[in-house]
Design a protein around this ligand. Structure first.
Ligand code: HEC
Length: 399
């Protein structure tokens, strides 16, 4: 589909070049205006009026509101369609669009947390300011896990079904804006650091699939271990780590070669995966052996195995960077481990079957999904105490 759009864009562009008498004839065209005072730099506004109107009405541009990254991605996409702009011109276009059409809605959507309710095919949208359920989005087949674009705008949710697929939710409108076909039973997803690519652990294909977020299609499939589940991207964007539940190991993919450059045996059925902020350590929560493997990311070696409890699920590094938060599914607690001493700092009682963990951007609260009691526990991170329980849909899963 998107290739049809590309060809269409090119045709419109060439038709424009052939049949129209020249730029001076464009409404509002003529000589591009100069920005007052700046030495010869063409203003972003003039460039937008001149170039963007070549293929579609300017209303199309005005109706879009993006962050800096969002506008950068849009301009890259338009270049693919045939937009002619030098790097300097693209920079001033982006600068203008970011101020003229900023992503107003994103400030609102940043305070929203999305909960996949695996057993009733919905997502609960929670306002993290009030801890209230804002709305419930229907029509999401078996949502197990989701990931959010670095600019916060889009949530990708995998449909853990035989038909597979990943749905894209625009957090400004809270609507599904696209569906991308994948292999069957996609599990977790993760964004590349710059936000263009989305990696999906494909349980059905024993592979990681890469989605190009601009064209919204799978562009590569990389075979990994058995039943891959969770994945993390290193902060330097150079490697991708995947936990393979079936083969009890982690695959490390090189982002440049797109090949597995290491396989690290860990405990039984590794499910949760997290990386320290400096990228030096990777933590794997092994649900079968009830422990956490600590891996030296450079040496690709397990350096410690810490017993935690029955049915460990997702793990996240705490907002302080020095703690690991582990949902212990079989014991109804969240364990907080000190990452230098491996000692327990706390065991916080939550609901039944705790599964996923997410922190608010300000680091003040942790949200824990309880798959067996259909609710979410809100933890005060400083006090290490549950302060609220929010009822959501059936079997809330990974965050
Ligand atoms: C050579 C043709 C061409 C030029 C030049 C062009 N576009 Fe587009 N644009 C397209 C096509 C084709 C689509 C529809 C495809 C789509 O919606 O994905 C589109 C869609 C869009 C959309 C809606 C989709 C989205 O990603 O949000 C926006 C916004 C947009 N263009 C902005 C711009 C801006 C800003 C410029 C100028 C800097 C520009 N376009 C120049 C061809 C062009």
């Amino acid at each position: 589909m998107s290739w049809i759009a590309v060809i269409l864009g090119m045709l419109i562009f060439w038709a424009g070049a052939l049949f129209l008498p020249g730029r001076a004839a464009w409404p509002g065209g003529g000589a591009p205006q100069k920005e007052g005072g700046e030495s010869g730099e063409v203003s972003g506004e003039a460039l937008v009026k001149e170039r963007c109107a070549m293929c579609h009405p300017l209303g199309r541009v005005r109706s879009a509101q993006h962050t800096l990254r969002g506008w950068q991605a849009t301009i890259e996409k338009m270049k693919l369609f045939g937009l002619q702009a030098t790097d300097a011109e693209a920079t001033s276009i982006v600068k203008y669009l970011t101020t003229a059409y900023p992503a107003l809605g994103e400030e609102v959507s940043k305070t929203r947390l999305y909960i996949p309710n695996e057993h009733d095919n919905t997502l609960s949208v929670i306002n993290t300011g009030t801890h209230a359920v804002l709305r419930t989005l229907p029509g999401i087949p078996r949502p197990h896990a989701l990931c959010r674009s670095p600019d916060g705008r889009f949530v990708y949710v995998s449909n853990h079904t035989e038909a597979g697929g990943v749905q894209v939710i625009d957090t400004v409108s809270d609507g599904v804006v696209a569906r991308i076909q994948t292999a069957g039973y996609p599990m977790h997803c993760a964004f590349s650091v710059e936000g263009r690519y989305i990696f999906v652990a494909s349980h059905g294909a024993n592979a990681v699939q890469i989605i190009d977020g601009i064209v919204r299609e799978v562009i590569a499939t990389i075979p990994v271990g058995q039943a891959p589940h969770n994945l993390v991207v290193s902060s330097d964007d150079r490697s991708l780590w995947v936990s393979n539940i079936g083969s009890g190991d982690l695959s490390v993919i090189d982002r440049t070669t797109l090949k597995v450059r290491g396989t690290i045996p860990v405990g039984k059925a590794p499910l949760g995966l997290a990386m320290s902020p400096d990228g030096a350590r990777v933590y794997s929560a092994n649900t079968g052996s009830g422990d956490v493997s600590v891996i030296d990311a450079a040496a690709l070696k397990v350096i410690a195995t810490v017993p935690i409890g029955r049915g460990v699920n997702q793990v996240k590094v705490g907002p302080d960077g020095g703690s690991l938060w582990i949902a212990v599914g079989g014991e109804g607690v969240v364990a907080v481990m000190d990452t230098s001493s491996y000692q327990a700092r706390a065991r916080i009682r939550v609901g039944q079957g705790p599964h996923g963990i997410a922190f608010t951007p300000d680091g003040k609260h942790a949200y824990v999904t309880n798959s067996d009691s259909d609710d979410v526990s809100v933890i005060d991170v400083a006090a290490l105490k549950v302060i609220e329980t929010i009822h959501v849909g059936k079997a809330p899963a990974c965050l």
